[in-house]
Design a protein around this ligand. Structure first.
Ligand SMILES: [Zn+2]
Length: 144
């Protein structure tokens, strides 16, 4: 299974694709959409989310495929692309800000939290799927 997650209106949006290509979208751990047959012909997952002011927004998750695998998912809010999610196997962190998608590699963690240099919001290492702040270190330029 491969997953990607994003935070939208203080909710955790999770996109999953299992080994057989089925796709699932979860909001705060609750499934809101699924397709047993994914693939590049699959339509977008559409659901609505209410923001902190009580306004409803149309959210779409559209997979982008490389071969038969969903490698990326476009997250649209009210028809506008908000974020591009990269799907990775569990335990493999994309090390990107779940709020805006900016790379957090090379950022320092404080109290197990990382502040995004792009949007200024905080994410915990656990939300990034990381065990320690060392995992945010840029890859070494060369092997010793
Ligand atoms: Zn950010």
């Amino acid at each position: 299974m491969r997953t990607a997650s994003a935070i939208l209106f203080h909710r955790l949006i999770e996109v999953r694709e299992n080994t057989w290509g089925a796709q699932f979208v979860l909001v705060d751990g609750r499934e809101v959409s699924r397709r047993y047959l994914g693939g590049w012909t699959a339509r977008a997952h559409v659901f609505s989310l209410t923001d902190e002011k009580g306004c409803d927004h149309k959210v779409e998750v559209q997979g982008t495929h490389t071969g038969l695998r969903m490698t990326r998912a476009l997250l649209r809010v009210d028809g506008r692309v908000r974020q591009i999610l990269e799907l990775a196997p569990p335990g493999v962190s994309t090390r990107k800000c779940p709020h805006c998608g900016y790379s957090l590699i090379g950022q320092r963690a404080r109290n197990d939290q990382v502040q995004c240099p792009e949007c200024g919001r905080h994410t915990t290492l656990a939300q990034l799927g990381l065990d320690s702040a060392d995992d945010l270190a840029p890859p070494p330029a060369q092997d010793m």
